[in-house]
Structures are given as structure tokens and as C-alpha cells.
Design a protein around this ligand. Structure first.
Ligand SMILES: NC(=O)c1ccc[n+]([C@@H]2O[C@H](COP(=O)([O-])OP(=O)(O)OC[C@H]3O[C@@H](n4cnc5c(N)ncnc54)[C@H](OP(=O)(O)O)[C@@H]3O)[C@@H](O)[C@H]2O)c1
Length: 320
């Protein structure tokens, strides 16, 4: 009887262990393929050159947007560069035309002014065979801060951030999708942020707008997958740009390194951190959530962001 019990115990134990191993392998192997083996050794699953036509990039004069502009020009795309500063747009257009021998068009708009700018963009895109849209433009807080404090200092920031981070994405998609649908192919890359899915108190409005971008992208992909449209939503951690004000390192790549990596991940999943070390940030966070609990992990991140806030305020006070 005891032997039978032990045998039954061993039997069910082995089944449970087998199921656990199956679950781990079932999750782990696809993850390794999608994030490491595929992008690193096989290259992108979607051949971006086969899409062809013009590429439209918002926020193209600096950081990640500028790197996308150059990476696409290198692959032979004609570019529509959209940003705020006309002189920076003119300089970049000249630089790209000289270096990559491709056609460029520039459109200077401030995405904070929701009213009227989309008519100007629509007119600028008229008649172009658009294959790629990079919804990159975005603004964040100058330093982590409590929502209400930021609002009291600058009430307009609520509307501005929503206009730049959300309205730009929805309106630009609405403008280019009809052309993409008529040519039965197209690629839309929406730039979200890791803050959309890891705790980001003191950046609450920014992270909220980026969570919108992620969800919108995923559902848009489902709506238009069968019409030949690919949507990729990238969720970077820190990238060394003017926005992050952080120097480049392994965990904070240059925008060129980041964009090269994200382009290699095209076609594997709709949403991706786009860069392996940023995958690990997400995984570590999920693992900590699994081992402990959400409030504990949120308070760890809060303490980290409070330290950044304290240093930023110190620097601001020293400048006064
Ligand atoms: N850097 C990071 O660590 C990081 C992390 C996660 C997500 N992201 C996301 O990545 C995207 C690009 O960020 P980035 O770091 O490359 O930014 P960045 O270096 O600050 O460059 C922003 C670009 O957007 C343009 N821009 C800003 N506000 C604009 C407005 N109101 N109207 C028109 N153009 C405007 C800028 O034009 P001007 O040159 O004229 O200012 C510039 O070309 C953003 O969506 C951001 O949220 C960045």
C-alpha cells in the first residue's frame, strides 16, 4: 500500500514535472527564436526592401527618428521627413540626398498644434506611393515628477503630450493607410516605450500615452494583417538621445545601434522591445512581479525614479 502510494506520488510528480518542463520549453524556445536566433542569425522575417515606395518619418531630425531616416535611405527609400525645425529638416534632407542619392521631401509642423497640421501633412503626402510610416515623434517629462506638480507648473503639458504622443500616431496612420491598402502592402512602425509595460510612476502621463500606442498598434495589426499591412510596435528602454540625456552603454544603445536591432526584428512579433538588453529589462520586471507582488516592484521603480528626480531638482537649483 505504502509502495503503491509512493508509486502514485511518483507518477503524478513525474507528470507534473513533465508538464512544467513542457510549459517552460514551449514558452522558452519560441522566445529564443523570436528574440535571438531569428533576428541575429536569420535577419528580419519581413523584407523591408520588398515594400518599396516612400518612407514617412515623424520626429526625424534627431535621435531614433534620424537613425530610421538614415537606415531607410541606405535601403533605397525616398523619404518624407517631418519635424518641427525647418532649418534642421533642410540640413538633414541635404545630408541624406548627398550621402544616399535618394529623393527627400520635408514637412515642418509642430505636432503640439493638433489643429490644421494634418491638412498640411496630407497635402505634402498627396500623390506619393507610401510604403513605410515611422510614427516616432514623442515627448516626455524633462525629469520624473508627480503628475499634479507638473500640471501646476505647466497645465498645457497635458494636451501637448497627448497631441504629440497619441494624436500624431492615430492621424498619421489614418493618412497613410488608404495608400498602403491600395498597394496591398505597407509597414507601420509605432514607437512606444518600455514604460508602457513596466512600472513608471512619476512619468505617469508619458507611460499612459505609450501604453495607448502599444494597444492601438496590436489591434491595428489584427485589423489589417490580411490586407498586407505589417505593424511593428517597438518599446525601447533607454536609448542615448537628447530625450534620455544618458550616455551610450550596452543597456543604453546609440540610436543607430537601436534602430539596426529593431529593424532586424521586423516580422517576428508585433510588439518588441527591439533590442535584446531591453528584453531582459522587461523579463526581469515580469520575473520580480511573479516572485513578489506588483506593489513591491512598483515601489522599487518609484524609489529609483525618485532618486533621478532628486538629482534633477538639485541640478536645476544649482543653475538658478
Ligand atoms: N530616448 C529614449 O530613451 C526613449 C526610450 C523609450 C521611448 N522613446 C521614444 O522614442 C521616440 C523618439 O525619441 P528620441 O529619444 O529619439 O527623441 P529626441 O532625440 O528628443 O528627438 C525627437 C525628435 O522629434 C522631434 N519633435 C519633438 N517634438 C516635436 C513636435 N512637437 N513637433 C514636431 N517634431 C517634434 C524633434 O524635432 P526637433 O529636432 O525640431 O526638436 C526630434 O526630431 C519618442 O517617441 C520617445 O518617446 C525614447
Amino acid at each position: 500500500m505504502v509502495l503503491n502510494n509512493i508509486t502514485a506520488f511518483q507518477f503524478f510528480g513525474s507528470v507534473a514535472l513533465g508538464l512544467l518542463c513542457f510549459k517552460i520549453v514551449n514558452k522558452f524556445l519560441p522566445w529564443i527564436y523570436v528574440n535571438i536566433i531569428g533576428p541575429k542569425f536569420l535577419g528580419p522575417k519581413l523584407n523591408i526592401r520588398s515594400i518599396g515606395g516612400w518612407a514617412v518619418i515623424t520626429g526625424s531630425t534627431d535621435g531614433i527618428g534620424r537613425s530610421y531616416a538614415k537606415a531607410l535611405a541606405k535601403r533605397g527609400f525616398s523619404l518624407v521627413l517631418i519635424s518641427r525645425s525647418l532649418s534642421k529638416l533642410e540640413d538633414l534632407a541635404k545630408e541624406i540626398e548627398n550621402e544616399y542619392k535618394v529623393e527627400t521631401k520635408i514637412i515642418d509642423v509642430d505636432f503640439q498644434d493638433s489643429v490644421g497640421i494634418y491638412d498640411k501633412i496630407k497635402a505634402g503626402l498627396e500623390g506619393l506611393d507610401i510604403g513605410v510610416l515611422i510614427n516616432n515623434v514623442g515627448v516626455s517629462y524633462s525629469y520624473p515628477e508627480y503628475f499634479l506638480t507638473y500640471y501646476q507648473q505647466n497645465p498645457k503639458f497635458l494636451l501637448d503630450m497627448v497631441s504629440v504622443n497619441i494624436h500624431s500616431v492615430t492621424h498619421m496612420c489614418a493618412l497613410v493607410l488608404p495608400v498602403m491598402l491600395s498597394r496591398k502592402k505597407g509597414l507601420i512602425i509605432n514607437v512606444s516605450s518600455s514604460s508602457a509595460s513596466i512600472p513608471a510612476a512619476l512619468l505617469s502621463l508619458y507611460s499612459g500615452t505609450k501604453a495607448f500606442v502599444t494597444k492601438f498598434s496590436e489591434d491595428l495589426q489584427t485589423e489589417y494583417r490580411d490586407s498586407g499591412i505589417t505593424v511593428q510596435c517597438i518599446k525601447p528602454g533607454f536609448v542615448a538621445t537628447k530625450m534620455s540625456k544618458i550616455r551610450a552603454s550596452l543597456s543604453c544603445p546609440t540610436p543607430d545601434t537601436y534602430v539596426a536591432s529593431a529593424l532586424n526584428m521586423l516580422g517576428y512579433t508585433t510588439t518588441t522591445p527591439g533590442y535584446l538588453p531591453h528584453n531582459f529589462l522587461q523579463i526581469s520586471c515580469d520575473f520580480m512581479r511573479y516572485l513578489t507582488c506588483e506593489p513591491f516592484v512598483s515601489s522599487l521603480f518609484l524609489n529609483y525614479l525618485l532618486k533621478i528626480r532628486k538629482n534633477a531638482l538639485k541640478r536645476l537649483n544649482q543653475k538658478k
